[in-house]
Design a protein around this ligand. Structure first.
Ligand SMILES: Nc1nc2c(ncn2[C@@H]2O[C@H](COP(=O)(O)OP(=O)(O)OP(=O)(O)O)[C@@H](O)[C@H]2O)c(=O)[nH]1
Ligand SMILES: [Mg+2]
Length: 623
């Protein structure tokens, strides 16, 4: 199957001949349920395939989704037209434009379907010229204003050939679906086959799926492996975007999966219960000449996205209702989580599920992009990245816009492009707005300089102090900031950051205190007085910290401080003792060195930690 792949869905009022036309085109009767055969009506989605030859000889393959026209089954209809390339709008010549012709047209518009072919069916029964005029009038101002209208009859065979030809011409004009390595299969059927197990089907978009691949089903978050893949009954190794796809996932049970669930790859973001969206309400004249009612703020609605239908509450960002013919940004709060990408389209129906009332596009797939303006061009990646970074002044690079219709590669290219233009700064895990970042860096260096001048004895500023002074919430931001500073005139020592040129020094009036403390610590070097005793006053405290920060003293326990040279001497005496006398206890070493348990216990733990000694039972040996 090395043809280009497309999906066509039918649309149109009940009984206008959609299924009969699909059968005439493909030989397959899309009505497969016993109930459908009995009632002579389509209830749920039906499927068929059509091979076509483009005018230039290229092979085209179309999966056809046949939808029900009856108003009771609109929900199924919407599930079928979620990610299609072309609509085959069916209008019967003896009936003309009817309520579900109108409702289906609105649904296709809300979902952003750009192309259609109109089949004027039952041409053996009606006045083609009158109905054609009526259709043209209805299509004026929609995406389908200039769509071809082809009269057909399955009774006489009129127009079927022309329709096939027209479909080929129209599909040949369409770019095949983009592969952004983010496959999503919106599940429209779940069933089990004897000896095979659970199978789910849907229309694949955004990327390919491969046999043996590990997948995740949202919103349930169940992970499993694809055992096999089919498209229209053909066994496949890889399913491409734009294909009707059936995958066999025997490790999951049928009752664990529902229509509307999404199959995707792990690590592409997770479902959310809120979305920021732009909603609009078409201004279309109903049969009774009215244009419908405004949509009230706070309304409970049903949102149809992909093949799913979820109850939601809609809140507009500005007060007041959504007027007919207008658009507004809004917050959608869902009764259960959904997995949507920025740029995805959806349809809004009322809570009684009788009317299609609005539609829209996702602005933020995690529901928290408060400042993203609805005026942003969602198909312009640079402006999307810019807006995402500007929102808080920075954004994590990992997973940035992962739930968007752009590949990870395109996103990182855009980041580099914006950096080159001087709009953003990329530093470690962060992408930051230039102005925001410069300000943060200036504040940080100001704080460090201030600390150097106010407390010259201190090594610098603790990173935790810096973090709280600058009110940084995210560890990645602090890390990137420090890395950036250390790239310039600053240096990090442990948990402290300082100017590289900074040399801590004690003020003259503290030098006497320093002398006293050094003497106290060196009198009994291996068993000095406790830290509490030494730090008898605030000045002494300052000096002890100075000695520790500068490496002149070592803190081996909260209350035990040794001079550096004592520490080193003690270390060599311990190793000497053990290598001469074999493994030794705390008590052996304490007596040999003239130390105490208070000092020797934490001291040996430090040596264990440094990998010099090792504890076996109550003895220490050398490593
Ligand atoms: N005379 C005539 N009858 C047709 C033609 N096409 C379909 N029909 C008849 O119209 C009736 C409805 O056809 P379907 O194909 O089931 O209509 P549908 O649009 O699929 O209906 P739903 O799926 O229930 O919305 C059937 O009895 C068909 O035989 C046609 O070209 N000429
Ligand atoms: Mg039908």
């Amino acid at each position: 199957m090395n043809a280009r792949h497309f999906i066509i869905a039918t649309a149109g009022h009940v009984d206008h001949g959609k299924s009969a036309l699909v059968k005439a085109l493909t030989g397959t009767d899309p009505d497969r349920l016993p109930e459908e055969k009995k009632r002579l009506i389509t209830i749920d989605l039906g499927f068929a395939e059509l091979n076509l030859i483009a005018p230039n000889g290229e092979k085209l393959h179309a999966g056809i989704v046949d939808v029900p026209g009856h108003e009771d089954f609109i929900r199924n209809m919407i599930a079928g037209v979620g990610s299609i390339d072309l609509a085959l709008i069916v209008i019967a010549a003896d009936d003309g434009w009817m309520p579900q012709t109108e409702e289906h047209l609105q649904i296709l518009s809300y979902l952003g379907v750009q192309r259609a072919v109109i089949a004027l069916t039952k041409s053996d029964l009606g006045r083609i010229d009158i109905v054609t005029d009526q259709i043209r009038e209805q299509l004026t101002g929609t995406s389908f204003t200039d769509s071809p209208i082809v009269p057909t009859s399955i009774r006489t065979g009129t127009g079927i050939e022309t329709l096939v030809h027209t479909l080929a011409i129209e599909l040949a004009k369409i770019d095949p679906q983009r592969d952004i390595s983010k496959p999503r299969l919106f599940i429209d059927r779940v069933f089990t086959l004897r000896g095979i197990g659970t199978v789910v089907t849907g229309t694949l978009t955004g990327g390919s799926l491969r046999r043996g691949q590990q997948i995740v089903v949202y919103p349930t978050n169940l992970e499993t492996r694809i055992r096999s893949i089919q498209s229209h009954g053909h066994e496949l190794e890889v399913a491409q975007p734009g294909m009707r796809t059936a995958i066999n996932i025997p490790d999951l049970r049928v009752d664990q999966i529902n229509r509307g669930d999404v199959v995707t790859l792990p690590g592409q973001g997770v479902p959310t219960s809120a979305l920021i969206v732009h909603v609009e309400k078409l201004s279309r004249v109903n049969r009774d000449k009215t244009v419908g009612h405004p949509l009230k703020n706070g309304s409970s609605v049903y949102v149809h996205h992909g093949a799913s239908r979820v109850a939601a509450k809609i809140r507009f960002r500005e007060n007041g209702p959504l007027e007919v013919g207008k658009g507004k940004s809004a917050h959608l709060k869902f009764a259960s989580p959904i997995f949507a990408f920025i740029g995805d389209r959806f349809v809004v129906r009322d809570s009684s599920e009788r009317h299609t009332i609005a539609g829209g596009i996702v602005l933020d797939a995690d529901g928290d992009m408060q400042s993203l303006a609805s005026s942003i061009a969602l198909d312009n990646l640079d402006s999307l990245v810019r807006a995402t970074v500007m929102r808080q002044g920075f954004a994590r690079r990992e997973n940035l816009l992962s739930k968007s219709r752009f590949s990870a590669e395109e996103i990182s290219e855009a980041l580099i492009r914006l950096q080159r233009n001087g709009e953003i700064i990329l530093c470690q895990h962060i992408a930051a707005d230039c102005k925001f970042w410069r300000k943060l860096r200036a504040q940080a260096s100001g704080l460090i300089d201030e600390s150097h001048s106010q407390s010259p004895s201190r090594a610098g500023v603790e990173l935790s102090e810096l973090r709280s002074a600058l009110r940084i919430q995210e560890p990645e931001v602090l890390e990137s900031l420090v890395a950036d500073l250390c790239d310039g005139h600053f240096a990090r020592k442990g948990s402290v950051i300082a100017r590289s040129s900074h040399r801590p020094a004690l003020p003259a009036q503290l030098q006497a205190v320093e002398k006293r403390i050094r003497e106290a610590l060196s009198k009994q070097p291996f068993d000095p007085p406790s830290r509490k005793t030494i730090e008898s006053d605030p000045q002494a405290k300052l000096v002890v910290r100075f000695l520790i920060e500068n490496g002149d003293a070592t803190e081996i326990a909260p209350d035990v401080v040794l001079l550096r040279e004592s520490f080193e001497r003690m270390k060599s005496q311990v190793t000497e003792f053990i290598s001469k006398n074999g493994p030794a206890t705390v008590s052996d070493l304490r007596q040999a060195l003239g130390s105490s348990r208070r000092v020797m216990v934490p001291f040996l733990e430090r040596l264990d930690h440094e990998g010099i000694t090792r504890r076996t039972g109550d003895r220490r040996c050398l490593r």
